[in-house]
Design a protein around this ligand. Structure first.
Ligand SMILES: [Zn+2]
Length: 601
């Protein structure tokens, strides 16, 4: 109620201030409630480090506050235009629409979150007449909020102003801080089935990979690296998740990630940090859709997975963690409102847009990488897996090592070397493009593979990481595994690696010499049967030794890794029986019944 003793002019300015306070506090409440909802359930937000999630909360609150204040200013324009202070006072009432709308949307979303969590029922699934009830309820609640907002005496008090102001200041500071962050591009470029012993950069005297040998001079090179799986699908999944196959249960094509595993991966974290994420693999075998890797890639094998963040948000928030989150919550609000008011029916599945055919050749895959580099307006994460070196038949353009005599021969080493030379040329083309366009010192280039020649897991594989300005170049002699890749990349970016990532960062130091590296092979799909289902061999590597347990036949074997460059002292090596027990422990921890293996045959 109007206090008669306060002059109308002062009263109007008090009202304007109250509207500002109510708007900012309601906007922050809305952002906070959505943030909380996404934090307490498995989501791409809840997998982040707490500090990163809190930053997202404030950037979101700030962005929604600024948008709401802009709307408020527009609604108050008529009030500013009139000179009569009594009219002005009436027109100011219009401004209450903004906090009333924010509070009603918050209430609608909270109700929806509650019914969805508790009863698995939400606005999405409503049909008429319930849909109309939601609409009616929303309008009634909006009216109540409009009235309360008009009468909110507390909002005119100093404490409300200080609260709104401090929320806004912290949020704007968070927005400015995210504008300052700038991440390099990351290209994880692999080729199928590379064994270190065939590469010039490692052991081979053949000139099969002359460019990789040069690249190694200015890169971090793991001399003794190993894969964590012997199948393409299983191994590429370990690189993306930083988790072992026993745990995610993705051993081979067509296994899928489930539960939290679907959301816990490197591309998801990078996407939250403002990266555009693209997978260039092969349909089926290297395809995030097939393994149910969710909310990670914007584009998978040329199909858009997630609608790109609106350009307005990307432009305003730049390299921000928050853009996809803000996009999500605003979409949630607008979709629900449009649904209850019968303007639009909800679409439950993400729209997939076919952009062009899947790339067929490695040449086309490299063309795509170069095209992406030419057009990116935010940092890029590309996970590319090339296939010319995939056995038993290899593909190549130029015949240097092989001859006509080897045409059609499976697993022909000469043809394999020609394919390696082709891959070397692809790496060179990308590297030179980066150098020519000035992007080399803004890009991390990782050369990896999924397993050795003939799917070997007990052979050394290449791992070469070229950082901007040749940072961290040098060799790592102790054993390295593919699941160290995501941890190392996050370490370079200064993003804390989440606890579920099992690898070690190689950035500044060696991993422990005698650590255990576990990997699995799958063998013939015809033999998939309980209790070990897809697993054929579970292998542990310690120092220069591999120990393999064939779980289907209960045969245990071990041997030396050829060409190992950092051998441990013999008496530091565990005994075969100790390693066998460790493998059983890994399997048991993975939920397998190991009773069939406890009696040694
Ligand atoms: Zn493969």
């Amino acid at each position: 109620m109007l206090n008669a003793r306060i002059p109308r002019k002062t009263h109007n300015s008090l009202n304007r201030c109250a509207l500002f306070n109510l708007t900012v506090i309601s906007a922050c409440l809305y952002a906070g409630m959505e943030w909380l909802f996404f934090m307490i359930r498995p989501s791409s937000l809840s997998i982040l480090a707490l500090l990163d999630s809190i930053k997202i909360l404030f950037v979101t609150a700030g962005t929604i506050s600024i948008m709401s204040i802009a709307l408020l200013v527009i609604l108050l324009l008529p009030a500013v235009a009139v000179r009569n202070s009594s009219w002005r006072s009436q027109l100011l009432i219009l401004g209450n629409i903004v906090p009333a709308l924010l509070l009603s949307i918050t209430a609608l979303i909270m109700l929806d979150n509650f019914t969805y969590t508790e009863f698995k029922f939400g606005i999405i699934s409503t049909e008429d007449p319930l849909r109309s009830m939601y609409a009616l309820g929303f309008l009634i609640f909006f009216w109540l909020m409009f009235i309360s907002s008009k009468r909110a005496i507390w909002a005119r008090q100093k404490f409300a102003f200080y609260l709104a102001l401090s929320l806004l200041v912290v949020s704007i500071a968070a927005i400015l801080a995210t504008r300052l962050a700038s991440y390099p591009n990351i290209i994880i470029l692999g080729s199928d089935g590379l064994s270190a012993r065939y590469l010039t950069a490692y052991d081979s005297n053949q000139k099969s990979t002359p460019f990789l040998a040069m690249l190694a001079q200015t890169s971090l090179v793991a001399e003794n690296a190993f894969p964590n799986a012997g199948s393409t699908t299983g191994s590429t999944t370990t690189v993306l998740t930083g988790k072992n196959t026993i745990g995610t249960n993705v051993y081979r094509y067509s296994d899928t990630l489930s539960g939290r595993d679907s959301l816990e991966h490197l591309p998801g974290i990078l996407r939250q940090h403002g990266y555009e994420t693209v997978e260039i693999g092969t349909p089926h075998y290297v395809d995030a859709r097939k393994i149910n890797l969710r909310e990670g890639f914007d584009v998978v094998n040329n199909q858009s997975m997630i609608e790109r963040s609106s350009d307005t948000f990307s432009a305003a928030l730049g390299n921000s963690l928050s853009t996809p989150f803000i996009q999500t919550i605003l979409e949630r609000a607008s979709e629900r409102l449009l649904h209850i008011f019968f303007i639009k029916n909800l679409q439950l599945l993400p729209v997939m847009v076919e952009t062009s055919a899947d790339p067929q050749s490695d040449e086309q895959r490299v063309d795509q990488i170069i095209d992406l580099l030419n057009h990116a307006d935010q940092p890029l994460f590309i996970f590319a897996h090339l296939m010319d070196t995939h056995g038993p038949n290899f593909s190549f353009e130029k015949q240097v090592f092989s001859s006509e005599a080897s045409v059609g021969k499976e697993w022909d080493e000469r043809r394999y070397q020609d394919a390696l030379l082709g891959f070397d040329g692809h790496v060179k083309r990308i590297y030179e493009h980066l150098a020519e366009t000035g992007q080399l010192d803004r890009t991390i280039l990782v050369i990896y593979t999924d397993h050795g020649f003939r799917y070997a897991i007990h052979e050394r594989i290449p791992l070469i990481i070229h950082f901007p300005e040749n940072a961290s170049s040098g060799t790592r002699k102790n054993n390295v595994q593919n699941i160290d890749i995501p941890t190392t990349l996050l370490d370079y970016l200064g993003i804390p690696a989440p606890g579920w990532m099992e690898g070690t960062s190689l950035l500044d130091s060696e991993a422990p010499a005698n650590r255990e590296i576990i990997s699995t092979t799958t063998g013939s799909p015809k033999e998939i049967a309980p209790p070990f289902h897809q697993i054929n061999i579970a292998q542990l590597i310690v120092c220069q030794k591999w120990y393999a347990l064939n779980v289907r036949r209960n045969i245990f074997d071990s041997g030396d890794i050829s060409g190992h460059t950092s051998k441990c002292d013999q008496n530091r090596l565990p005994s075969g029986e100790q390693v066998r027990q460790r493998i059983l422990e890994y399997l048991e921890k993975g939920g397998y019944d190991i009773s069939s293996l406890e009696e040694r045959q």
